[in-house]
Design a protein around this ligand. Structure first.
Ligand SMILES: Nc1ncnc2c1ncn2[C@@H]1O[C@H](COP(=O)(O)OP(=O)(O)OP(=O)(O)O)[C@@H](O)[C@H]1O
Ligand SMILES: [Mg+2]
Length: 331
C-alpha cells in the first residue's frame, strides 16, 4: 500500500511516499527555519504563510518522482502544532483526496515521531510492549506501546519540553537564537571532562512517576552563566548531562517496571548523541532491545506520517478532519 504523507505542523513543509509503512519511495522537505532565526522563535503567522508558499512546490516535487495515480491513501498531520500551519497541510490533503478519490488518514504528530523507528529498522524486529520516549521541541512524553494503535500514556513534562530547555539554554549561553539544541550539544562535546558535574539539578529524577520538569534546570543553568566563572562549553556539558540523566533514568525505570521488550526514542532530541549513547548502555545492562531512529528522521518529516498512517489506519470523513492543535498522546 502506497501512502502519501503530508506534514505541516510547524515550520517544515514535507511530503513523502512510503510503501507498506516501511519503504520510502519519495522524501521532500522544505523548511522556513531561516525566517524564524531572525525573530529568535517561530512567529505563527510567518510559519503559516511559508507553508502556503511551499506546499504546492513540495507536492509537485513528490509527484515528479511518484505518479499521482499510484497513491492508495493520503495521510496528514492533524495536530499538535500551529493551527495556521496545520490547516495548510489538511486542506491540501482534502483537495488531493477529492481529486484522486482516495481516503485521508489523520495522524497525530507525536505518534508520527515514534514511527521513525519503523522506517529505520525492520518493523518486525520491534517487539511489544515497548516503552517510548518522545522527546521533541514541544513535548516530552513517556508512552507504553502495547501494539500498533494501543498506547498508554505514562507521563510528560510539567513545564518546558526537553528540546525547549535545550533551545532556551543555548540562547542564554549565546550559542544560537533559535533551535540551538544541536549546537549546544556540539559545544558540550568540546569539554574533555565535566568539571561542573552535579552542579545543576536533575529535576524529578528520584520521583516515583514518569513525569519530567526542565524549566528549573534551564533557570539553574542561567544562574551559572550569570556567575561568569565558567566557560560556555563547561555549562553546556553539565546542562546536557543533567537533561540526559533524567531522560535516561525515567525511561529505563519505566522499561523495567513494565517489563518492556523494546525501548524506542522519537522526536528531534532523539538525535542527541549523549542521549543515544547513554540509553544504549543502560538498555544493554537491562537486556532490553533499544531502537534508535535514523538522525534524518528524528525531526519533522512526512515519511513518519505515512508510516504511522499505515500501521494505525483509520481513514476519516472530511467532516471530521479539522486541525487539532492541542492533540496529545492519550490512552
Ligand atoms: N542533537 C540535538 N541535541 C539536543 N536537541 C536537539 C538536537 N537536535 C535537535 N534538537 C532539538 O529538537 C527540537 C526539534 O524537534 P522537533 O522538530 O521534533 O520539534 P517540534 O516538531 O518543533 O516539536 P513537537 O514535535 O513537540 O511538536 C528542537 O528543540 C531542537 O533544538
Ligand atoms: Mg515534531
Amino acid at each position: 500500500m502506497r501512502i502519501l504523507g503530508i506534514e505541516t505542523s510547524c515550520d517544515e513543509t514535507a511530503a513523502s511516499v512510503v510503501e507498506d509503512g516501511t519503504k520510502e519511495i519519495a522524501f521532500v522537505l522544505a523548511s522556513s527555519k531561516e525566517f524564524h532565526e531572525k525573530t529568535g522563535g517561530v512567529v505563527p503567522e510567518i510559519a503559516a504563510r511559508k507553508q502556503l508558499d511551499f506546499i504546492v512546490p513540495v507536492l509537485d516535487e513528490v509527484f515528479a518522482q511518484v505518479p499521482k495515480n499510484s497513491i492508495d491513501a493520503i495521510a496528514v498531520t492533524q495536530g499538535p502544532g500551529l493551527i495556521g500551519s496545520l490547516i495548510v497541510g489538511i486542506e491540501a490533503a482534502k483537495a488531493l483526496s477529492l481529486g484522486l478519490s482516495k481516503p485521508v488518514i489523520p495522524v497525530n504528530h507525536l505518534v508520527a515521531h515514534i514511527y521513525a523507528n519503523f522506517l529505520s529498522h525492520a518493523a518486525e524486529e520491534i517487539t511489544f510492549p515497548a516503552v517510548v520516549l518522545v522527546v521533541s521541541g514541544g513535548h516530552t512524553d513517556l508512552v507504553l506501546m502495547l501494539d500498533h494503535g494501543r498506547m498508554r500514556h505514562l507521563g510528560s513534562t510539567l513545564d518546558d519540553a526537553a528540546g525547549e530547555a535545550f533551545d532556551k539554554t543555548a540562547r542564554i549561553l549565546g550559542i544560537a537564537d533559535y533551535l540551538g539544541g544541536a549546537k549546544l550539544s556540539r559545544a558540550a562535546a568540546e569539554c574533555k571532562e565535566n568539571i561542573l558535574s552535579g552542579t545543576l539539578p536533575r529535576p524529578m529524577i528520584g520521583r516515583d512517576n514518569y513525569d519530567f520538569s526542565f524549566s528549573g534546570l534551564k533557570t539553574a543553568a542561567k544562574r551559572l552563566v550569570e556567575k561568569g566563572e565558567y566557560s560556555v562549553e563547561a555549562i553546556a556539558c553539565e546542562f546536557e548531562t543533567a537533561a540526559v540523566d533524567v531522560l535516561v533514568s525515567k525511561t529505563i525505570r519505566a522499561a523495567s517496571n513494565y517489563n518492556s521488550e523494546s525501548i524506542l526514542l522519537g522526536g528531534g532530541v532523539a538525535a542527541n548523541t549523549p542521549l543515544r549513547k547513554r540509553m544504549e548502555i543502560e538498555a544493554q545492562n537491562l537486556g532490553i532491545d533499544l531502537f534508535l531512529p535514523d538522525i534524518r528522521l528524528c525531526g519533522d518529516n512526512a515519511s513518519t506520517v505515512a508510516s504511522a498512517a499505515f500501521f494505525n489506519n483509520s481513514p476519516t470523513e472530511f467532516a471530521n478532519l479539522n486541525p487539532d492543535p492541542s492533540l496529545t498522546i492519550t490512552d
